[in-house]
Design a protein around this ligand. Structure first.
Ligand code: HEC
Ligand code: HEC
Length: 470
């Protein structure tokens, strides 16, 4: 009983702990010895969680069903891509746990889904398509591996790659009024990327649009038409938008922000995954996690040092750290190179920093890291224990050939990656095999059983009539 009470108090202490959960002030707790099982073990877990600021996560309020229905249609419909050949779902598919199971994504012009996707005329995208589990939960205010889309939850102000959406008085205010979460703001952008969805210049009018605002306007024309829906467009989308936004009187008053908000509503409603053994345990079901996973939880917060960055209720500090991760894929900005956060901040001290990922469902969402360098969860976790040795000994043959061939073996760049390693990971962590197995058991206890098979979420058809199953 006492343990349950302790775990529950975590919620109250969160505001206090959130600020320091990940910082240098965090001290590793090293209990003299972790009990193997029983109430004493539960007490150790409770103590460890309290110190790491880890507690239950509140389920977000549900979105209006009509908004979710519209969002689902848009998410699976290739109509949102310039050449009508790729949808959001291509890279964030239920069959591959809301990612694409590839180290880095293959853009528009490719064929097929998941591990069967072939490159065709598509580009290798610089980064790994992250899963979308819990991306709409309160507290998630930044998007992408470098947080280049951010929303201030207090003021609602956005900071994104599109200046017109940013600041206290955005130029495109009729769009931003709909961008009520970072997740909604994010949904504005895949359609603006030539490689992801827009298409190469010359291939379609959306690809040739002069700016993002025009891209968004042309997409809305495709969906609902012009002249208040009397010219062009798709009747079923008019019905869906009308149901989702009953107070918008004229179809011409809809903008892509309305689509983005619906996409976010779908993503949040469908992929909030907060019912794994660990969540149930936090909720007071002391039998929900095995003793092994409980010992792993203590290691996670203590000896293994994971909670210094993956602390807090969502198991992330939402901060950025350099992990000396092997680089695969085409690179971003410079071939074979991805400087991560510093590309956004212009600050060399941010070189190679990437945002700490949330970890619920992490056992499902490989390959892992910002460019999917690790094909196994074990590899991704072992990397943290001794990043420099892992970088030096990295074996790209764990990846399919297309991606393995892009592994950056340049000595100078790898030395720079090593030199940038976070001070928090400088000292290798030695875990016994048994301890490592305990830690892995804890990570597996983060899997929501409802996420293990998402195939029911694939619609049979979409309003455009374009194929859903590639
Ligand atoms: C070609 C593959 C591709 C397509 C199509 C695509 N995405 Fe993504 N998505 C990615 C990649 C890659 C990233 C990570 C990019 C980065 O961090 O720089 C990403 C990031 C995201 C994120 C951020 C998740 C997080 O935790 O930061 C969300 C949400 C998302 N995509 C939703 C969408 C939606 C909605 C659409 C359709 C409008 C879409 N994606 C279309 C590949 C794709
Ligand atoms: C210094 C901060 C820090 C510490 C400590 C840390 N991580 Fe991470 N972790 C990160 C960052 C940042 C990334 C993404 C790095 C990248 O892709 O370049 C990451 C990535 C991961 C991933 C891959 C997730 C994905 O979706 O691709 C896993 C799994 C993971 N960490 C687990 C752990 C475990 C287990 C521990 C403890 C042994 C740990 N981390 C310790 C910061 C940290």
């Amino acid at each position: 009983m006492r343990t349950t009470a302790l775990v529950l108090t975590v919620g109250l202490s969160l505001a206090l702990l959130a600020g320091c959960g990940a910082s240098d002030e965090y001290t590793l707790i090293s209990p003299p010895s972790t009990p193997d099982s029983g109430a004493a073990l539960d007490q150790s877990v409770a103590d460890a969680m309290l110190q790491a600021g880890i507690g239950g996560v509140t389920r977000p309020q549900s979105d209006a069903p009509a908004l979710v229905t519209l969002g689902e249609a848009l998410f699976f419909d290739k109509i949102l891509s310039g050449n009508m050949n790729i949808s959001c779902a291509t890279c964030h598919h239920p069959a591959t746990f809301t990612g694409d199971s590839l180290p880095v994504s293959l853009g528009e012009g490719g064929f097929g889904l998941g591990p069967n996707r072939s490159q065709g005329a598509g580009a290798l995208i610089p980064r790994n398509a992250p899963h979308i589990f819990n991306a709409g939960v309160t507290g998630v205010d930044s998007m992408f591996w470098d947080s280049r889309v951010e929303r201030n939850p207090t003021t609602g102000e956005l900071d994104t790659p599109e200046a017109g959406l940013n600041g206290p008085v955005p130029l495109l205010v009729e769009h931003t009024e709909n961008l009520t979460s970072a997740l909604a703001a994010q949904a504005m952008f895949p359609v603006t990327s030539h490689e992801e969805m827009r298409g190469q210049p010359g291939s379609n009018p959306i690809a040739d649009a002069p700016d993002n605002e025009t891209v968004w306007a042309l997409l809305m024309e495709r969906l609902v038409g012009t002249a208040n829906g009397t010219v062009g467009g798709i009747a079923e989308y008019r019905t869906l938008f009308q149901a989702a936004y009953p107070t918008v009187a004229d179809f011409d008053d809809l903008n892509f922000g309305h689509a983005a908000r619906a996409l976010a509503a779908f993503e949040r409603t469908t992929w909030t995954a907060l019912d794994g053994p660990f969540d149930r345990y936090l909720g007071g079901d002391m039998g929900a996690m095995s003793a092994q996973a409980k010992r792993g939880a203590v290691l996670y917060c203590g000896k293994a040092g994971c909670a210094r960055c993956h602390g807090g209720p969502l198991l992330t500090d939402f901060d950025h750290h350099a992990l000396a991760v092997p680089q695969v894929g085409p690179g971003k900005g410079t071939p074979s190179e991805d400087l991560g956060l510093s590309r956004e901040t212009g600050n060399g001290a941010d070189d190679y920093k990437f945002r700490t990922p949330q970890l619920r469902n992490v056992a499902l969402t490989g390959p892992w890291m910002h460019a999917g360098a690790f094909a196994t969860l074990e590899g991704a976790v072992r990397h943290h224990l001794d990043p420099l040795a892992s970088l030096a000994n990295y074996d790209a043959s764990q990846l399919p050939l297309l991606f393995a061939a892009t592994h950056d073996t340049d000595v100078t760049r790898n030395a720079a990656r090593a030199a940038a390693l976070s001070p928090l990971l400088q000292v290798p962590v030695g875990l016994t095999d048994a301890e490592f197995a305990d830690l892995m058991a804890f990570l597996h206890a983060l899997t929501d059983p409802a996420s293990v098979n998402l195939l029911d979420e694939i619609p049979n058809s979409v309003p455009s009539g374009l194929p859903v199953i590639d």
